[in-house]
Design a protein around this ligand. Sequence first.
Ligand code: OSB
Ligand code: MG
Length: 368
Amino acid sequence: MKVEAVTIRELRMPLKYFFETSFGRTESRRVLLVTVHCEDVDGWAECVASDAPFFSYEWIETAWLTIREFLAPAIIGAKISQAREAAALMSRVRGHNMAKAALENALWDAEARQKQQPLWKLLGGTLNEIACGVSIGIQDSHDQLLDKIDTELHAGYQRIKVKVKPGWDLEVLSKIRERWPSILLSCDANSAYRPCDLEHLRKFDEFRLLMIEQPLWDDDIYQHSRLQRELKTSICLDESIRQVRDAEEAIDLGACRIMNIKTGRVGGFSEAIAIHDLCQKHGIPVWCGGMLETGIGRAHNVALSTLPNFRLPGDVSASKRYWAEDIVAPEIEVSPQGTIPVQDVTGAGYEVKTELIQKLTVRAETIR
Ligand code: OSB
Ligand code: MG
């Protein structure tokens, strides 16, 4: 594959419902799409950088500039036989994993189309159906949250994850457990607590959570390892794991018993696979996180989730939970059993709705 050009494009897409975490509320997404134009095929991917540097230091503007000025030039003109070679070509740029992931994943997409193989098989996937959970944001009231959980359980989702922060935690979890004593339940703090909250965090143990995700600082492993020793509840790391070395450190120190993998956070499919393999070797189950993706990123999450150590339901849910109309056809749908079956079709298993994408685009640039 020779990359001839890269197109970056920004779309504005209102979310059907707001999504709120401990760092703030999102009502609408600025979506950055990347297309790699290779000799005979195009590959598509979504950059999961958000509209503000709150989840990580990356945001839509840094991703746009880093791709335009450094990452696209590093791969344009290069002869690439496999998408996984892209990471090395871009390694001179430090960090900016979400920007890198968009380019690398677009190349995997192109490679799958070129080889007329399903992307999930190219990635090494073996499961032909993935298990789905939902991530439910902080709401305006407890009742509103309980209603949302009820809806998602009726839709079949296998695991409920709620966002927590000081002031929206123990009472909320206790009400959920009261109503649903045995559902698979977890929570995500997005770094809202500190080691001095230990006595407070111990109280989470009584709710029999599958895990508590990222309780402490976004870049921390050591303090999580001290906390994990004190808690019955398993810690799952999200933000802290940016590369396979972080995963090694976390496993070595006992900082978590479960890991969340997001390709954007770790710089692309190849690093995500390496983390998956490492966790598998050490008996650490992984699951696929989400970043409120459109169908383009969502389909890539589905493909990744078919690797064998994705043993827990991921935050990979149906398009219709987020979008009035998704930008791919068919949209991502979840069965009444809370699963997404994958098919033996070429590429990521969808068509890009180019006309709708045109309509939603607020800026586009092609780098040659
Ligand atoms: O921490 O997993 C997270 C969304 C935006 C930023 C961070 C996170 C999330 C989610 C949403 O939890 C998962 C989804 O896409 O549904
Ligand atoms: Mg998280």
